[in-house]
Design a binder for this molecule. Sequence first.
Ligand code: URA
Length: 165
Amino acid sequence: FADGNTKSKIMIIGEAPGEEEDKIGKPFVGEAGKLLNKMLLAINIKRSYIYITNVVPWRPPNNRQPNIEEILQCLPFIQKHIEIIKPFLIILLGGTAAKAILATTHGITKLRGQWHEYNNLNIKKPILTRAMYHPAFLLRSPIHKKEAWEDLQEIQKKIETNEII
Ligand code: URA
């Protein structure tokens, strides 16, 4: 259900495992994962430094997007997961993760490009959160890589200012 460093101050949350992830048993190890690794390296973050998981830990049939019922069933687990990891920064990949974690109906185009705060009743202070395009979407629509690069640069600035790596 997760990969990486449990002590990391950066938690990345995606949608649900794909076929490759399902076979290997780790999130983001397929093509989208390879692009994600490159995106992180572009801002000097090694994959081994971060902690990474998904809103839904199982692959929905035929690799479809998780439906609202599946997301709501898994939500208490990802909320607890965030409480346990207590990251300084959360990065949400794609609209499904962004809507579920930020509890909004806005789409990713509206949610990306700005800072948000993640709140839940069991955490003392809000967690800085950035939503950005999912790497699988960027593979299909490379024209949006420029906006993803802008989000990555903002994330890098926050990491440097707060000396979290
Ligand atoms: N897409 C996701 O959202 N999560 C994965 O783990 C792989 C692909």
